[in-house]
Design a protein around this ligand. Structure first.
Ligand code: NA7
Length: 287
């Protein structure tokens, strides 16, 4: 298929690379020049990339970025043809995504929110999970592309529902990891060695995918970004905003937000969100 892929960050670049490897014809674009994908053509604007594309796939940081890429000057909307499908894998506010969907539909094209879970490792290995808000027939049409970049795709409902589900899942990731990090700090402060503690965690009901994924990095003190803290913090703000809009209280998440604020002030925003552990350690005087 002819695909325009816009946004070649930690997630976007390996996703685009996997599409090229599967034989698709890609035109890629990134805001800062210099990011390329082997085997793909590079376009100088989103408008140029989207011209003649059957599918336009976005994976950029936040709501403002999606707005600029879609609707800004030289944006996708300027060359979008009826029949094209725009897929957005950025994690943004469901409400904003619905408005983007409306503008895309007004051009006779279709819109899909398809945020992902799986982090950098999942993107590189083609093992992402797509959490999709789309029309049923559009979802079916995209299956071959989801299966190139991911191990599964779940249609949650209509437009916006993929993002709503993704925010709820990321809420669990943020809280689960902070639970793990706080447990490590409390145990360490009481003189417990982390190796037997991890062995216990893995044998008991507190075992979790989040711990499985993060523990090796934590043990190696490798806080380089798989999922940067600044992006998880952005997601926390999206969750709190979605909660406000829907009359939901999230007291646990409000507290975790404060930990992220402290960690950001300490200069950790570009590290992995696992680095919030260092902020808890610092406050407790342990490592
Ligand atoms: P990264 O690695 O921070 O990459 C973000 C991408 O978004 C990168 O290509 C940026 O371009 C692009 N970006 C950021 N702001 C803009 C604006 N205003 N206009 C156009 N492009 C922009 O993030 P990830 O790849 O880890 O994550 C992407 C999404 O998936 C995000 O929503 C996560 O929460 C999930 P740059 O190279 O900085 O010029």
């Amino acid at each position: 298929m002819r695909i325009a892929f816009l946004g070649l960050g930690i997630m976007g670049k390996p996703m685009a690379q996997n599409l090229v490897k599967a034989g698709h014809e890609l035109k890629v674009w990134n805001r800062s020049p210099g990011k390329v994908v082997e085997g793909a053509h590079s376009a100088s604007t989103p408008k140029e990339a989207a011209k003649d594309a059957e599918i336009v796939w976005l994976c950029v940081s936040d709501t403002k970025a999606v707005e600029e890429v879609l609707l800004g000057s030289n944006g996708v909307i300027e060359s979008l043809k009826p029949g094209t499908t725009v897929v957005d894998s950025s994690t943004i506010l469901p409400d904003a995504s619905l408005k983007f969907a409306e503008q895309v539909r007004a051009k006779g094209a279709d819109f899909v929110d398809a945020p992902v879970t799986g982090s950098k490792v999942g993107a590189e290995s083609g093992q992402l999970i797509f959490i999709v808000g789309a029309r049923e027939e559009t979802f079916e049409k995209l299956q071959p592309l989801f299966s190139v970049m991911g191990k599964s795709a779940v249609r949650v409902g209509a437009n916006g529902k993929g993002l709503a589900a993704k925010l709820s899942m990321n809420l669990m990731i943020a809280l689960t990891y902070e639970g793990f990090a706080e447990a490590l700090v409390l145990a360490k402060k009481q003189g417990v060695d982390l190796k037997p503690l991890l062995s216990l965690i893995n044998q008991s009901m507190v075992r979790s995918g989040v711990v499985d994924y993060k523990a090796p990095f934590v043990m190696a003190r490798d806080f380089s970004a798989n999922f940067p803290m600044r992006l998880m913090h952005k997601d926390i703000h999206l969750m709190l905003e979605a909660a406000r809009q829907n009359g939901v209280k999230l007291p646990g998440l409000e507290t975790v937000d404060k930990v992220y604020e402290s960690s950001t002030r300490e200069g950790n925003a570009d590290l992995d969100y696992a680095a919030t552990l260092m902020t808890l350690e610092k406050a407790a005087g342990v490592r």
